[in-house]
Design a protein around this ligand. Structure first.
Ligand code: AMP
Length: 375
């Protein structure tokens, strides 16, 4: 099976690494001008060039089906591809997931709770929304934002005009600031036949909007909370007739309740722990799903923590000296704020795991202190 992947970053690289044992071949279509997958066949499409159809046709001629690892693509491009080859997940899933306003409308329609929000198209409306919701509020561009980009926290409605200018986007979503106990995510996979499997939820630590640590399973997670999250993501998967891996990020509040933050129509950084910590990784399961193969077991083998390596790499020998540490490098050059690699640490107990996480953070340049809600 020749698999076409829209996007050519580290997620695509890890998809390919999971697909080679299944004799899959990978052809990446990069639209950013700076692909980093470093494996497979990489083709570049210039979105600014009206009708770069020649490159698109060459890509389509090489692939049996198409998936993606990057959702900030013109929906018209995905629809054009869909006319020629199967695309999983569909262009409808990408349309909804690339727009925070569409996502929220879908969450509302399916009864999935979210932070209170307003949509605004002017600095004055932003100010009014901040007053109505009560500060602090978080303002986010409805499209193109990721890793905390295109966002601002307003501590006072008077900051609306500065925030509007700094985000510089015609449409924003304004959300009440959630005093969460922790940030969590649920990853699920839906096959072509509608079968759904769920991974154990992960607790995620973000700093400045960028994920730093994910731990799964959580030692103190009530079964009923996992079941609630499973129910939310199943509703989304079924509604979108989704095929592949879907990620839903949530806030857990003091009363144990969950509020949906955003979703990603793809394999996700908070699921990298599955590469060494679950029976079947999110990457393999995504490939199984889109090819119509049986889905693999999502159970965790042992408590696992994923540590992101950001900006500077650190010494591989020191990292690998930690027992059951697995280093996954993306073959990228160092740059402040850039995701360069991740490390999966696996241990028989959560106490032993936390000791390893601290040892790992100590040898990584710029690693923030790990903090977990249950520690
Ligand atoms: P996002 O790009 O929406 O995932 O936001 C990036 C990060 O900002 C999240 O992981 C949270 O840490 C924080 N954040 C976003 N929205 C809210 C909110 N409504 N309340 C509190 N924190 C938020």
């Amino acid at each position: 099976m020749n698999i076409g992947v829209l996007g050519a970053g580290q997620l695509g690289r890890m998809l390919a690494l999971a697909g080679y044992p299944l004799a899959n071949r990978f052809i990446f279509l990069d639209t950013t001008g700076h692909p980093s997958a470093g494996i497979g066949d990489v083709m570049i499409l210039n979105l600014n060039e009206e009708g770069d159809r020649k490159h698109l046709d060459a890509f389509l001629a090489k692939v049996d089906l198409v998936t993606y690892e990057f959702e900030h693509l013109p929906v018209s491009l995905v629809r054009a591809i869909e006319e020629v080859r199967p695309v999983y997940p569909s262009s409808e899933a990408i349309r909804v997931c690339q727009n925070r306003a569409e996502e929220k409308v879908l969450f509302d329609r399916l009864g999935i709770p979210t932070p209170a929000y307003r949509l605004v198209e002017h600095a004055d409306e932003l100010e009014a929304a901040a007053r109505e919701l009560g500060c602090p509020v978080v303002a986010k561009s409805v499209t193109e934002g990721y890793d905390g980009k295109g966002q601002a926290v307003l501590r006072d409605p008077g900051e609306a005009h500065d925030a509007w200018r700094s985000i510089n986007h015609p449409r924003l979503i304004v959300e009440a600031f959630v005093e969460f106990v922790r940030e969590v995510s649920i990853i699920a996979v839906r096959g072509r036949d509608g079968e759904v499997v769920f991974y154990p939820m992960a607790e995620n630590q973000h700093i400045d909007g960028i994920l730093r640590y994910s731990i799964a399973p959580m030692p103190d997670l009530d079964d009923s909370v996992q079941q609630t999250a499973d129910g939310y993501i199943r509703a989304l998967l079924d509604e979108l007739d989704y095929v592949g891996v879907l990620t839903l990020e949530l806030f857990q509040t003091l009363d144990g309740g969950l509020l949906a933050n955003e979703m990603a129509p793809r394999v996700h950084n908070s699921g990298h722990w599955t590469m060494d910590g679950a029976v079947t990784s999110q990457f393999e399961n995504h490939l199984r799903a889109i090819q119509g193969l049986p889905l693999g077991d999502t159970a965790a083998r042992m408590p696992t923590c994923m540590v992101n390596v950001i900006g500077r790499e650190g010494d591989a020998a020191q990292i690998l000296a930690i027992t059951d540490a697995h280093l996954h490098r993306y073959d990228k050059s160092e740059r402040a704020g850039r995701k360069l690699a991740h490390i999966n640490l696996v241990a028989p107990t959560h106490d032993a795991l936390l000791a390893k996480v601290r040892a790992c953070a100590a040898v990584l340049p710029d690693a923030p202190p790990p903090r977990f809600s249950f520690d």
